[in-house]
Design a protein around this ligand. Structure first.
Ligand code: SF4
Ligand code: FES
Length: 140
């Protein structure tokens, strides 16, 4: 029997807003900073909690979450469609070795299959959470 993929949203810590819930899986954040650049009133690392989903319109928050290359950020609109991965799967390797993927992905980890729309995969072999990059490539 095929494993049923669990949505990436369910692995993050939820930050509930009125019309949108943002989830954040800290171990996958590779500090690309798309979030803080895109909506600094929503994503502010100097504030606790650092995510305020009500800091902008829900569609704007969703749009910026979809820019997060690592997939650390996910969202669910309370009334609206879930994120759908890009029709065409794209793969890009950075100089660090990190492999950025976008699409409709089923990612097998040790004990489950996860559905992803965006992820930073390890391309250097040093990650402790393969197939995801854990930042070992850029540490130190
Ligand atoms: S856009 Fe994603 S990977 Fe980049 S800093 Fe924000 S949460 Fe982390
Ligand atoms: S590419 Fe980042 S740990 Fe391997």
């Amino acid at each position: 029997m095929e494993d049923i993929p669990t949505p990436a949203f369910e692995h993050g810590k939820p930050y509930p807003g009125t019309d949108i819930v943002v989830s954040f899986e800290a171990s996958r954040c590779r500090h690309f900073a798309e979030c803080v650049r895109g909506l600094p009133m929503v994503f502010d690392v100097d504030r606790r909690p650092w995510i305020d989903p009500d800091g902008a319109a829900p569609d704007e928050v969703a749009e910026v979450v979809r820019r997060c290359p690592s997939g650390a950020l996910q969202y669910r609109l309370r009334e609206g469609p879930d994120e759908v991965g890009d029709d065409i799967t794209s793969v890009e390797q950075l100089d660090t070795g990190q492999i950025l993927l976008r699409g409709r992905l089923a990612v097998r980890t040790g004990d489950e299959v996860r559905s992803e729309t965006r992820m930073a995969a390890c391309g250097c072999g040093a990650s402790s959470m393969v197939p995801y990059c854990d930042g070992a490539c850029v540490a130190g």
